[in-house]
Ligand binder design. Structure first.
Ligand SMILES: [Fe+2]
Length: 122
């Protein structure tokens, strides 16, 4: 999963078919988001995965991330091989999502201030 952000306007995109071109927004090259590259608190951003039958509950993070208008978890996504499932969140929501349990899949959480974070489903 490749996510890029415009550091000028804040647009976030997912690259669905990577052909190597330069992605430009607001006349600047977009930044490829690297998980856990920001100085945000790990305990508020690293997704916590709890198995619940044949599903997982993903909470961000071990200390609940704020869900304020100007700082919140915008989405949580699960990548399992060729399949990506994303739950978009709003500031009034809990920073949580449910997905089917698939061992080895990757969970991503995107904070609008602190970028991309991930965890592996055990
Ligand atoms: Fe954050």
């Amino acid at each position: 999963m490749k996510i890029c952000k415009c550091n000028s306007c804040g647009n976030v995109i997912e690259i669905l078919d990577d052909n190597g071109g330069n992605l430009v927004c607001c006349s600047e090259e977009m930044e490829l988001m690297v998980p856990e590259a920001s100085d945000g608190a790990r305990e508020k951003h690293v997704p916590v995965i709890t198995k619940d039958g044949d599903e997982i509950i993903v909470s961000v993070g071990s200390v609940k991330h704020p869900m304020d208008e100007d700082h919140y978890i915008n989405w949580i996504a699960l990548e399992n091989g060729d399949m990506v499932t994303r739950v978009n969140l709003n500031p009034s929501d809990e920073p949580e999502a449910r997905f089917p349990y698939v061992k080895g899949s990757i969970v991503y959480a995107y904070c609008d201030k602190h970028g991309l974070w991930k965890a592996i489903v055990e």
